[in-house]
Design a protein around this ligand. Structure first.
Ligand SMILES: NC(=O)c1ccc[n+]([C@@H]2O[C@H](COP(=O)([O-])OP(=O)(O)OC[C@H]3O[C@@H](n4cnc5c(N)ncnc54)[C@H](O)[C@@H]3O)[C@@H](O)[C@H]2O)c1
Length: 367
């Protein structure tokens, strides 16, 4: 690898700050201004919609993305009214009402998990593209049939995988693609911990780590899980080992006995006499020589040029989805990617139940 690839770490892009003297990137660019204007609907006005997606939309609009919010939907009146006022857009109690009254290019499905599939199906049936929060569905069967429906109708279906667009992980991927590990990835190890008890350990949190594992390593051929359980039968902790189709191997631990804030998440990827580590979705370190210095990347916090919407991966993901819709980019995480992460959750549950290794192909859990 001759040159290190450059991924901005959530700050104003270098070229905007130093090339155009536009430290917040608010002047836009002719390329951005020339993009086809798009109209977004938000279905689900809870925490993630208000705290992450509305700011991500606003960030893109601030830097000149031609984008409008057509309306917001939530059965809960107080939430939809609050979000409608944040968005300066009309509020609807149901998605069908919104779709009947408004023209939209894409629906962001940000509702509680059980409503992801029915809401996405409604939009796709009407030929409207969707970006669906994780988990894409509650089972691989449901997720893959949603992906099939979108394909049959020729409608874009994107799955939320915001960590792929978070700078430490995006930089890790760029380094691997540029040959920094001196070989294809040979081993993946990952850790995820969660302190708060009200979300499902696998669907609510570990799904992010499983998506990263698939993104870095490719499809899984088989896995084997061991777990401990809470008094009410819910999964408390699990250790899972993986055999990848490529021949590489991996392992993750995930637990609800830890802390949610830090230490929280760690990913290590080994190549051949080189490996990299991403700690707490914050710092990336590359070790590529016995006597060579390690290299590390992390954001400057606090820094007035640092944007949380960008560092969390939300605005980068949304920009990629909108550009894919316009035919300007390849979709970074599609319905099949979302379904593949759910397949791993189904397989982990099967392995825990049977106390046996699961072959994903035999179980019909491979696309
Ligand atoms: N990408 C991430 O890192 C991330 C972070 C947090 C949450 N999430 C996901 O986002 C989704 C929402 O999470 P949250 O924390 O905002 O939950 P929340 O409970 O705060 O909000 C969910 C909202 O969906 C609404 N809703 C339910 N049925 C609906 C329907 N039929 N149509 C429209 N809205 C409906 C509820 O009334 C509620 O307001 C979940 O699937 C969660 O897994 C993802």
């Amino acid at each position: 690898m001759k040159d290190l690839p450059y991924v901005d770490f959530g700050h104003t892009p270098y070229e905007a700050a130093f090339g155009r003297a536009d430290v917040y990137g608010v002047n836009g660019t002719p390329e951005r201004a020339a993009k086809r204007p798009l109209s977004i609907a938000i279905a689900g006005c809870g925490g993630v919609a208000q705290a992450k997606w509305v700011p991500a939309i606003r960030r893109l609009q601030t830097i000149g993305e031609p984008l409008a919010i057509a309306g917001v939907v939530d059965p809960d009146e107080a939430r939809r009214q609050k979000t409608a006022s944040l968005c300066a857009a009309p509020a609807f109690a149901t998605l069908s009402e919104l779709l009947a009254k408004t023209r939209v290019d894409i629906v962001l499905v940000l509702s509680s998990d059980s409503f992801h599939v029915p809401l996405a199906e409604q939009a796709i049936e009407r030929g409207v593209s969707c970006l669906v929060e994780k988990p894409l569905a509650r089972s691989y069967r449901e997720a893959s049939s949603l992906a099939r429906l979108a394909e049959e109708r020729g409608v874009l279906l994107a799955a939320v995988a915001n960590k792929r667009f978070s700078p430490p992980y995006a930089q890790a991927k760029a380094l691997i693609d540029a040959g920094a590990l001196k070989d294809r990835p040979t081993i993946f190890t990952g850790k995820f911990t969660l302190g708060y008890p009200y979300v499902d350990l696998l669907e609510g949190g570990t799904v992010h780590l499983l998506d990263l594992l698939l993104w870095f390593m490719g499809p899984v051929a088989r896995l084997s899980a061991q777990g401990t359980f809470q008094d009410d039968g819910r999964l408390e902790s699990a250790v899972v080992s993986f055999g990848f189709v490529s021949g590489a191997i991996g392992t993750i631990m995930t637990s609800a006995t830890g802390l949610s804030f830090a230490p929280w998440e760690r990913v290590e990827i080994f190549g051949r006499n080189a490996f990299l580590v991403v700690d707490d979705q914050f710092e990336l370190t590359l070790h590529d020589g016995e006597a060579a210095p390690a290299r590390s990347w992390r954001p400057s916090v606090p820094n007035t040029l640092m944007f949380d919407e960008s560092f969390g991966g939300y605005s980068g993901l949304l920009e990629n989805v909108l550009d894919s819709l316009r035919g300007l980019a390849t979709l970074g995480s599609n319905g099949c990617d979302g379904a593949a992460a759910i397949a791993l959750i189904d397989a982990i549950r099967m392995s825990l139940e049977r106390g046996a290794e699961i072959d994903l192909s035999i179980e019909g859990l491979m696309p």
